[in-house]
Write a protein that binds this ligand. Structure first.
Ligand code: DC
Length: 224
């Protein structure tokens, strides 16, 4: 049973999901959940323990042995593994290149999806990831699928100095057997290639109005 409302934002790497989720969170007073950070946290721990991320049985073993703690700081989701917040290490090159393998393990997904659904007990959420509209909250009417040209997405990562093989991750995330990245039923597609942040947010607010999250007169600048 849905206790609060969820906006599901899915899309490939660097399509603008986090930026949009952060702005919607601020403007609409929603809890922002970065589900990718949770997959990254498990990957960080797997690597730290010297476990082979491509060895599914070993990853499941490692998962069973770790304590994952999800919470909220202000309006943003947090994740700790065995009491440690990995911080910037979540976005290291090593995590970037191994997270897709760990995220493809069904047991990892099952565990994290359950933790993701728990955020709805705390309030209305905007959650971004790859399977939010298809698996985590398939019943929510508020769904956006974000995309952008691969060249635009690679450039966005380079701009912030991050080493991230966006194309390889997208390939793996879209082709895995469990919960691959795809457009959820009922999702509105928002291609941000030609958008600035401002025009992209305006387009997202229009979508949320058409989906009934916002009243047609609301401008999305104050908490609901
Ligand atoms: O959103 P991100 O790029 O930080 O996500 C990192 C990886 O985690 C991504 O390559 C695939 C995985 N992921 C996933 O499988 N499902 C989600 N809901 C979110 C992320």
């Amino acid at each position: 049973m849905i206790l609060h409302r969820a906006i599901a934002i899915d899309g490939p790497a660097a399509s603008g999901k986090s930026t949009l989720a952060r702005i919607l969170s601020k403007r609409l007073g929603l809890i922002m959940v970065n589900s990718g950070a949770m997959y990254r946290a498990v990957t960080w721990k797997v690597l730290r323990d010297g476990v082979d991320p491509t060895d599914r049985a070993a990853v499941v073993d490692a998962l069973r042995g770790m304590e994952l703690e999800c919470g909220v700081d202000g309006l943003s989701s947090t994740v700790k593994v065995d009491g440690i917040d990995p911080g910037d290490e979540l976005r290291s090159e090593e995590v970037n290149s191994n997270v897709s393998a760990v995220a493809a393990v069904p047991e990892v997904r099952e565990c994290l999806v359950s933790l993701q659904r728990d955020f709805l007990k705390l309030g209305d959420v905007v959650m971004e990831g790859r399977d939010i509209g298809t698996v985590v909250f398939p019943e929510t009417p508020y769904k956006i699928y974000m995309d952008a040209d691969p060249s635009v997405r690679e450039a966005r990562r380079e701009e912030v100095g991050e080493v991230d093989s966006v194309a390889a991750r997208d390939h793996a995330d879209s082709r895995r057997e469990t919960a691959p990245l795809k457009i959820a039923e009922g999702a509105a597609i928002l291609d941000t290639s030609g958008h600035t942040i401002e025009t992209g947010v305006a387009a997202a607010l229009d979508i949320l109005r058409s989906q009934g999250f916002l009243m047609s007169t609301e401008d999305g600048s104050s908490p609901l």
